[in-house]
Ligand binder design. Structure first.
Ligand code: NAG
Ligand code: NAG
Ligand code: NAG
Length: 196
């Protein structure tokens, strides 16, 4: 699905009007407190939380979505859609309640040719730099937490930079990551993970 200028504008309006979205209380057997939060998709909803840890060397990220399948987020490398070299550093993860296990995949997306983005979301990285910490399904929420380096040193990843970054998001009703995402997604948001 293409992200038209109109749909991006609509997303922006939704983002602005949902800034004070109420978030359900959750508890995790985990000592990292999520310090930041942004609603990516108010209609899912899909919520992104994060904390910069270890003196900005690493980031822990939580994704919570009203979906039963996989969730994907992709960080842009700063080159616009359709520009040569435009890269999305993607993660696909979720909780498979049939198997009772969480899963995560490190992916990358060529954003220089939008029409070539595959339904499941890009190619597998040669080296895995995302580490699943926890995954759960608490109806209706799929929730995963993972950790990665701010700069993984992998050319198939994107360094998390200060200031606004493009985040493309999507999710699905299936835990099979080869099955296309929900028809109403993807969308995109600007997320400031940290400032200088
Ligand atoms: C923090 O980072 C250092 C080096 O970058 C590493 O050796 C150490 O294990 C990290 N500590 C934690 C708690 O992740
Ligand atoms: C989750 O999605 C379902 C189906 O769209 C909807 O009926 C329900 O209200 C949503 N729940 C929350 C907490 O957003
Ligand atoms: C996942 O979906 C793909 C594409 O539909 C299919 O070929 C594959 O067999 C599925 N895998 C599982 C484990 O169901």
């Amino acid at each position: 699905m293409k992200l038209s200028t109109l749909s991006l504008a609509i997303i922006a309006i939704f983002m602005a009007s949902y800034c004070c979205f109420a978030v359900p209380a959750r508890s995790f057997k985990d000592d990292v407190v999520m310090e930041n939060e942004q609603v990516l998709d108010p209609s899912g909803p899909m919520i992104l939380r994060w904390t910069i840890i270890n003196e900005t060397a690493e980031i822990e990220i939580e994704v919570q979505t009203n979906c039963t399948g996989w969730m994907g987020v992709s960080f842009g490398n700063g080159l616009g859609f359709g520009r040569p070299g435009a890269l999305g550093d993607a993660m696909i993860g979720g909780y498979d309640d049939e198997l009772g296990i969480g899963y995560i995949e490190d992916r990358w997306i060529d954003l220089s040719v939008l029409s070539e983005i595959k339904p499941g979301g890009g190619e597998y990285d040669d080296h895995v730099d995302v580490f699943l910490k926890s995954a759960t399904y608490q109806e209706p929420w799929s929730i995963i937490r993972y950790r990665r380096s701010i700069d993984t040193g992998d050319s198939q990843d994107v360094v998390i930079r200060p200031g606004p970054m493009l985040v493309i998001w999507t999710y699905a009703d299936s835990d099979n990551t080869s099955i296309p995402h929900h028809p109403d997604t993807p969308g995109s948001s600007q997320v400031t993970f940290f400032n200088l």
